[in-house]
Design a protein around this ligand. Structure first.
Ligand code: NAP
Ligand code: MG
Length: 405
């Protein structure tokens, strides 16, 4: 069978540890035998980032801007232990953070659903996608431990040095705490654009939750910017596509989500997104069944798995032990990327390949061929058997081969 040729380049961003090992296997067994791909390859394993003073990370982000579509393997975000382990020049920033900032992007996560792993919430039939505004609020705060009685104020001085505003936070009678947080119209605007773009692209309703009844200026600004973006750029398109944009209070959103069938994009403020994406991840079964895509307001896409480098499994692998690590999210990062490339290039055969590979992977899990993490959450069945990583990928490869013949 001749290989399927991709019209344009995909940016491939390699990573670390067990995720890197699985990445290689997925490419070798599931992609390269069938696809003729032009890959712009960037190796972001920690050693390479250190060698290049992290320039390679910025180059990878630039490449995504150039080619439009990329796929990324999980990478180590160094901490003190990693600095020692890899003898690093410094504690480099999170590559995901660097790429996200360079693309001004928003991260969307979605579960991979299979019929033998029922979600913890019975009513959920379709994936709930989550979009987290990953800028500002409590993550870029300024806080102070108030040691004694006194007055705390909030002031704003404009760039010309003129005090424009002053408000009392609290007249403290004794010790306490204060915190200042911020966001910018620009960042909220990019977030809104990315959310409307993604939801439209994926044919999902869009929900936004915030607390504008309590926070009449701060949270109200999120609501206002989303509403403007909707009215100015999306209303007609959404109505034509039968899609809805829905704003509600965050607590109402949480209550309603529990009763829906799913099938929406839930746009969350930074903290809500941090908390709710972990809740959704575990409610759908396993972190290894969550995909993630970074979307920029210009419509650049970077696909990845939600999970990290799976360090504990990697150390076992290094000792020569076999691991039962789940490559589903990595497979789906590639299929997401291939589907998007195919859509942009108008090459239906590439989109079709992505669909078949996803089908092969889903059928593998539904057929009871399971990695360790899934054994714990799958509906018990005599046909279930736990397999090693290589065996799992080999099963997917067999099914894929049959579909392509
Ligand atoms: P992790 O790699 O996501 O793994 C945490 C645990 O979740 C694993 O020990 C494993 O549990 C389970 N798990 C995750 N993915 C799995 C898979 N594919 N198959 C089976 N089990 C899976 O998170 P971490 O251990 O906290 O972080 C390790 C490194 O990843 C860190 O250096 C961190 O900086 C990096 N990280 C990178 C990204 C990214 O690049 N997108 C995201 C998160 C973390 P058991 O051990 O119980 O089997
Ligand atoms: Mg979290």
């Amino acid at each position: 069978m001749p290989k399927i040729k991709l019209k344009s380049t995909i940016v491939e961003i390699d990573g670390d540890e067990m995720a890197r090992i699985m990445w290689q296997m997925v490419k070798e067994k599931l992609l390269l035998p069938y696809l003729d791909m032009n890959l712009a390859y960037y190796d972001l394993q920690l050693k390479k980032r250190d060698e290049t003073w992290d320039k390679v990370t910025l180059e990878a982000a630039e490449a995504i801007k150039k080619y439009g579509v990329g796929v990324k393997c999980a990478t180590i975000t160094p901490n003190k232990d990693r600095v020692k382990e890899y003898n690093l020049k410094q504690e480099w920033q999170s590559p995901n953070g660097t790429i996200r900032a360079a693309l001004d992007g928003t991260v969307f996560r979605a579960p991979i659903l299979v019929n033998n792993i029922p979600p913890a919430v019975r009513s959920w039939k379709k994936p709930i996608h989550i979009g987290r505004h990953a800028y500002g609020d409590v993550y870029k705060n300024c806080e102070y431990r108030v040691p004694e009685a006194g007055k705390a104020e909030l002031t704003f001085t404009n760039s010309a040095g003129k005090e424009m505003w002053r408000g009392t936070i609290q007249d403290f009678k004794g010790p306490g705490i204060i915190q200042g947080i911020h966001n910018t119209d620009k960042s909220i605007g990019s977030f809104a654009k990315a959310c409307f773009t993604y939801a439209y692209d994926q044919k999902l309703h869009l929900w936004l939750g915030a607390k504008d009844t309590i926070s009449k200026t701060y949270d109200a600004q999120f609501r206002k910017i989303f509403e403007e973006e909707y009215q100015n750029n999306w209303k007609t398109k959404y109505e034509e596509a039968g899609l809805e944009y829905f704003f509600t209070l965050i607590d109402d959103a949480v209550a309603r989500i529990m009763k829906t069938e799913g099938g929406m994009l839930w746009a969350c403020k930074n903290y809500d997104g941090d908390v709710m994406s972990d809740m959704l991840g575990s409610a759908y079964g396993s972190l290894a069944m969550m995909t993630s895509v970074l979307v920029s307001p210009q419509g650049f896409y970077e696909f990845e798995a939600s999970h990290g480098t799976v360090q504990k499994h990697y150390y076992k692998h290094l000792k020569g032990e076999k691991t039962s690590t789940n490559p589903m999210a990595i497979i789906f990062a590639w299929t997401g990327c291939l589907r998007k490339r195919g859509e942009l290039d108008q090459t239906p055969e590439v989109v079709e390949f992505a669909r078949k590979l996803e089908e092969a992977a889903l059928e593998t899990v539904e057929g009871g061929v399971l990695t360790g993490d899934l054994m714990l959450v799958a509906t018990p069945d005599p046909k279930n058997r736990q397999v090693y990583t290589e065996e799992f990928i080999a099963e997917v490869a067999n099914r894929l081969k049959m579909k392509l013949e």
